[in-house]
Design a protein around this ligand. Sequence first.
Ligand code: ZN
Length: 280
Amino acid sequence: MRRLLLLVFLSPLFMAGPVAAEGFFLEPPRIGTGGVTQLHWVGETPFMALVRYRDTVLRFWPDAHGASLLLGADLEQEEGIYPLLLVAVDRLGKASFSRLELTVEQVERPQEALILPKSMVHPDAAARKRIAQERTQLKELYARSLRPPQATSLQLPLQAEVSSPFGLGRILNGVQRSPHAGIDFRAASGTLIKAAAAGDVLLVDDLYYTGRTILLDHGQGLLTLYAHLSSSRVTEGETVKIGAPIGRVGNSGRSTGAHLHWGVRLRGDRIDPLGLTAPK
Ligand SMILES: [Zn+2]
């Protein structure tokens, strides 16, 4: 009996943590708007595992415990309970079906009112055309990432004071605008910016709002965006390691002082970057 107990305690499943049975689970099952959760299949690596979330079918990626996938809730997503319909198919074709629920709660965020020069708030016709084109271009890039995950957590791109938090509500010249989709770090022009995780350079371009902008693709639809740079040190298509210098802080685009705007997208959802940098 004692030997049996010892075997149980030494088994890899026991050592992996409290979840020993094969199956799907969510960690955590409850997130705020702008938050991220990880969906796991624990067991033998499946031939295929899929989840249906918000009318989209997404595939899992193999990991050390079976397979997993990051799911996010957009900054302005409706709060509520989202059903997750799941299936894992093993190598013999046996399918296991399951259903889980993801609870998304509204996070109350502060608001700020800004008075800016009229030309910055009301772009002219030519600028509006350019803005629309760039919005379409970015939307396509957010949807394009289908590579295997290269990272599921991030490190800060620089050490600096946060001058504007994620999700800050903005009223420009009395008009409610979309909330702040990233974090602003106040830093001297020229401060080095480092890649938040390993990835591929998806975009290096000069955009109307975000000035010199870099977009890194970390796989499974997870992207990081670095905006208002004074210069960039990478080119599109290049692969970067975590911590690699990619550019320098600047004041390009619609910006009122040197800072880094750092954004995170997960399949287009606007995600709080600090939700992915916290130690797990
Ligand atoms: Zn910003």
